[in-house]
Design a protein around this ligand. Structure first.
Ligand code: MN
Length: 424
């Protein structure tokens, strides 16, 4: 069912130009709504969403015997819970229906407008009900940069870092889908020159360029997932912006870690790109030295070559590309993160979201946060309109983008976009 090789010869009767994230090789899953329909499961190709409910209702997935109800919900949790055997088969079937050589759906213009809707005419919703959200700290360049800035450049990585995929449990309730806006958060901070803490809007609102994987199969308490089985439990990936208030974070995080500096808002992209679609873009990761404990060992190429971009859109509409990174720079893989997360018997559920941590590359232009890009605000960025940024300004819009590209085939994530409004 899984196609590891990229199907470079596969073309669709619905055109997707070379710059589209939604080639026939992608076929991600999401939830959309429009003026007449509150929420439905969908996929995407080119400029269109594909209504999966209509296709199922008209018998195009009849061989899979999926209950109509699964496609008419506000989240994909029940769909994902059908299991990869079914969801991969549905994606495979969809690929066949859209293929240039297939005539089953192509000439059936009667339902075309019910199945295919312009992405610009619909609204994308949060794709899953997120039960639990975990954030890791798995990029070695990011961990080295923060350790260098805040601790000791000679010993930037803490002693545990190369032995454990460090992470923390975050807040799921404030994860929003791309397109939202939120107000600059307020909190308690202690300026360097102050003797007592102060309360007010954060002065250091930052982004974190991340991806997240969505859990596709639940476990029971006591059960551990091995690195070799981990892919069975990963449904797919999204882009993720883990907004962070650095001044609030700096004051609060000792000794238990991030809290109000992080939990006010996070942004996710609406399309879950399946692990099946990402499979052809697997690549080698960093060599892990010293070697890891046996439960974290893995074999094969488990990193993925996903180009990542951070765009800052100023109020006048200027698009500033401020960072270009890549998921391949991750030191710890998703398989290791999941094996570590469950090695103590912690159970996971369908829809749980596990974020990568800020993904920085080795070069300055590849840093995944403003903290690193401006080196704690000491080297401000100059934007197209001549203004400077140390951190995010009110009314700035941040868009994360991500895509794989190989042999002329592009598989992308769409946008992960949010706007920062002034403090209330
Ligand atoms: Mn983070």
């Amino acid at each position: 069912m899984t196609h590891n090789a990229l199907q470079t010869n596969l073309t669709s009767w619905i055109s997707a130009d070379a710059h589209s994230d939604f080639s026939i090789q992608n076929l991600p899953f999401g939830i959309y709504g429009d003026k007449t329909i509150p929420h439905r499961a969908c996929s995407a190709i080119g400029d269109y969403i594909i209504d999966l409910s209509v296709l199922n209702e008209h018998g195009y997935f009849s061989a899979l015997s999926i209950s109509q109800d699964v496609f008419n919900q506000s989240t994909l949790n029940d769909f994902i819970s059908l299991g990869k055997q079914t969801t991969s088969a549905l994606r495979h079937r969809l690929s066949d229906l859209l293929s240039s050589t297939n005539n089953e759906l192509q000439p059936n213009t009667a339902i075309f407008d019910l199945v295919f809707k312009k992405q610009s005419d619909v609204c994308m919703l949060l794709p899953v009900k997120i039960g639990d959200y975990t954030d890791f700290f798995s990029s070695i360049d990011h961990a080295t940069n923060t350790g260098t800035m805040f601790r000791d450049p000679a010993n930037a990585l803490l002693p545990n870092w190369k032995h454990i995929p460090v992470g923390y449990h975050g807040r799921a309730s404030s994860i929003c889908v791309s397109g939202h806006s939120f107000h600059r958060p307020k909190g308690q901070m202690k300026p360097l020159d102050a003797t007592v803490p102060v309360f007010g809007p954060t002065n250091q609102l930052d982004i974190e360029l991340e991806t997240a994987f969505i859990i596709g199969k639940s476990t029971k308490m006591g059960e551990a997932i091995s690195t070799s089985n981990a892919d069975d439990y990963i449904f797919g990936m999204v882009l993720f912006n883990d907004w962070s208030a650095r001044d609030i974070q700096a004051w609060e995080y000792v000794p238990l870690g991030p809290f109000l500096g992080k939990n006010f808002a996070s942004t996710t992209s609406p399309w879950i790109v399946t692990l099946d679609a990402l499979e052809p873009f697997r690549t080698k990761g960093y060599t892990q030295e010293p070697s890891v404990l046996p439960y974290l060992a893995y074999s094969g190429d488990k990193n993925i070559d996903i180009n990542l971009e951070v765009h800052l859109i100023t109020e006048n509409g200027d698009d500033n590309l401020v960072s270009t990174s890549n998921y391949k720079y991750m030191y710890w893989t998703m398989q290791q993160q999941l094996a570590h997360h469950t090695v103590n018997g912690c159970n996971i559920n369908v829809g749980d979201m596990m974020a990568s941590g800020t993904i920085s590359g080795p070069k300055k232009e590849e840093y995944g946060s403003f903290l690193e890009l401006t080196w704690k605000g000491t080297q401000p960025m100059t934007l197209k309109d001549g203004t400077e940024r140390k951190f995010v300004n009110d009314n700035d819009t941040i868009i994360l983008k991500g895509y794989c590209k190989k042999d002329g085939i592009r598989v992308g994530f769409g946008e992960c976009k949010a706007t920062l409004l002034p403090a209330l």
